[in-house]
Design a protein around this ligand. Structure first.
Ligand code: AOF
Ligand code: ZN
Length: 335
């Protein structure tokens, strides 16, 4: 399952609105004979890619999948059919498919005599590669990760407005990795005017429709300056002249965006937090004090300490000299 998760991580950002699923095939003796991950929408699912690589060696073997194999005829034929045709004897999956159209694969396989086990490394899959898609399937809204880099005293710029290189080169490189794994990056017009970010991922790829990812989304009523870097040809850019987080998320969902990286600034992040539309936070805290300048978050709708947005820390690690904190709003605590 760890290998299936790793395979799915490699296609994150290229499968939406479908989930990035990973699959490995073991032969009857337990030897790894195939590996695959979901192709872009309309293409084969992970199981089909992995089975193709395994060929005849899948007969009597085991398929390990991060998501319950689909039982439906959607854009592609059911994976349950492909697994049965290949003669797989055992299927192990991490999480059940919550999509009512595709669900029921485990039962179909069991009814055909396949040994089915579920729940293996389910937490890792739910928190990792399938997190955004599971959230989308449950709520109908894209999953929002708010990412910021600040000084240890929580400032995203100095008193004079300078903000470049608060965080380390290691942290900045990692942000490119984060961008490459999402469908869209989101900033306010204020950030475009103040910082002129390019919002590209170093490791970009093309979508099936030929456009580059991730989609860059600028939110706010101000016009964008003609020479702004977000308007270059590196990726597509969408300017939404609204401040309502749900209008933004609705417009993105309509375009098949499932996984969003919100990169600020403080006003836009505050609006999302106030609306209960921040699902996860990744903070890069640089070991320095600024003692002045804007805070990472403004006007989040909290006026008293009992109204604080409560988070659960999922991971703390070092990123060069910076501390990286990943935290989430616990399920059910969303407003
Ligand atoms: C799998 N393996 O790799 C994926 C699955 O439109 P379709 O036909 O591609 O079907 C999409 C649905 O299939 C999607 O909403 C989800 O329920 C499931 N995705 N299932 O067995 C995969 N990506
Ligand atoms: Zn499938």
């Amino acid at each position: 399952m760890a290998l299936a998760i790793a395979a799915s991580e490699r296609v994150r950002g290229s499968t939406s609105p479908n989930p990035p699923v990973g699959c490995v095939i073991l032969d009857a003796g337990g030897v790894l004979v195939g590996e695959g991950a979901t192709r872009p929408p309309g293409g084969p699912h992970a199981e089909v890619v992995a089975l193709e690589r395994a060929g005849d060696r899948a007969r009597g073997g085991t398929a390990v999948v991060t998501l319950e194999p689909c039982a439906h005829h959607g854009r592609t034929p059911p994976c349950t059919r492909a697994l049965l045709d290949a003669g797989v004897a055992r299927v192990v999956h991490a999480v059940a498919d919550p999509n009512p159209k595709a669900a029921g694969g485990a039962d179909v396989l069991r009814a055909a005599g396949v040994d089915v086990a579920s729940g293996v490394l389910a937490r890792d899959v739910e928190r990792g590669p399938l997190r955004a898609w599971l959230h989308f399937a449950r709520t109908g809204r894209p999953h929002v990760t708010w990412k910021y880099a600040s000084s240890l005293d929580g400032r995203v710029a100095a008193a004079d407005g300078t903000s470049r290189w608060i965080s380390s080169p290691e942290s900045r490189a990692e942000v490119h990795e984060l961008r490459a794994k999402v469908d869209a990056v989101l900033v306010g017009t204020g950030t475009v005017l103040a910082d002129d970010p390019a919002l590209t991922a170093r490791r970009t790829g093309r979508r099936q429709d030929g456009t580059r990812r991730p989609l860059r989304v600028v939110v706010g009523k101000s016009d964008l300056p003609a020479g702004a870097r977000v308007l270059d040809d590196e990726a597509e850019t969408m300017h939404l002249r609204t401040r309502d987080p749900d209008v933004v998320l609705g417009a993105l969902a309509a375009r098949g965006v499932v996984d969003v990286l919100l990169e600020g600034g403080p006003t836009l992040a505050g609006a999302f937090a106030a609306a209960g539309r921040v699902d996860q936070v990744i903070a890069y805290l640089a070991p320095k004090f600024l003692g002045g300048g804007p805070p990472a978050l403004r006007d989040a709708g909290v006026s008293t300490v009992t109204g604080a947005v409560a988070l659960v820390v999922e991971q703390v690690s070092m990123c060069g000299p910076d501390v990286r904190v990943s935290a989430a709003v616990p399920p059910g605590a969303e407003r």
